[in-house]
Design a binder for this molecule. Sequence first.
Ligand code: BT5
Length: 345
Amino acid sequence: MDRCAHSHSRRSRALANLPTVSADPQKELPVDARLLALVRAGNILQSELAHQLGLTPGELESSLEALHLAGFEIENHPMRGLRLRSSPDKLIGDDLLSRMQFRWLREITVFQSTTSTNDLAMQRGINGAQGPLAILAESQTAGRGRFGRKWMSAPSEGIWLSVLVRPDIPFAHWSRMTSAAGLAVTLCLEKHLGLQPTVKWPNDVLLDGKKVCGVLVETAHVSGSPFAVLGVGINANQHGFPEELRDRATSLKIALNKTVDRPALAAALLDELGQSLSLIGGSFPTILRELERRSCVMNRRIDVHSLIGRVSGTVIGFDQEGHLQMLLDDGSRQIFSAGEVTLNG
Ligand code: BT5
């Protein structure tokens, strides 16, 4: 049974009690998201804050109280006014909204625990949700990768999220979303954390040759209406991995030797995903160019394991859909739309 996050708050409209927050570009942001954005931006007098939010002093007090209960430290200086001093290491919809620059999602839902955020987003798509919407979870009990493989989702140490989208481009181009998501993660880690990740086709983001992120794009058609669920898992604050993953997996904390601010990272990632997804139509060559620069398989000798078996060769590029172009050892050229890559040499 899925449990929604942060059900300890006192008021009905408290950020913690409502797992789903509206980010609909047509509507104003929820009041707690606007409040957080204002007190994060710098000091603001309580009266000015109430005025900007359209709240009575009593309503503002109760908002501040709810945020305090949710773990936000907002200091109130008698002269300078209110300022956000710290926020909790929890993923909270209003907090994410308050940090995002782009309003491209209609809603964000955060679950404390679920089977898989991809399952939930799939279900929303099947039920007819238009999206775009994002579903995050602090913990997944059945996180999955491709081909039904298991994705280890350490509770409260990663970013486990899925986005439901119905891209306005021909279905034949939808596989571009895997490339778009890989680039979004990579740019996010570069810009936000100063890291230099590489992308291992088709769906891994690596740091120091180890996997820090996996992408799982799933599509479905219901009543003739297709949708896609774009699942992204980022290892953020794990300080180690079980034996079977130790030599293949890493986390941002391991790479940086410090704890990562997950809410800030999640918001930056959602922004980057929105930007990348907006380029999968006519601007897809831009994504490809950026990906090629960051690809750890480009011009490399690799083995590809796919439906046709295992072949060896050299990567010569990516085609206009982001598929892998290879020069095989027998001199022939081949394009792969899916498969598992092993680097050689
Ligand atoms: C992937 O599959 O890399 C896609 C992972 C997508 C996970 C996200 S989390 C949010 C959303 N909800 C879900 O249920 N899934 C998505 P694949 O390329 O098949 O890689 C799976 C393999 O990666 C496993 O067989 C392990 O070897 C390895 N692995 C498992 N957990 C890992 C982790 N936390 N970090 C690094 N490697 C891992």
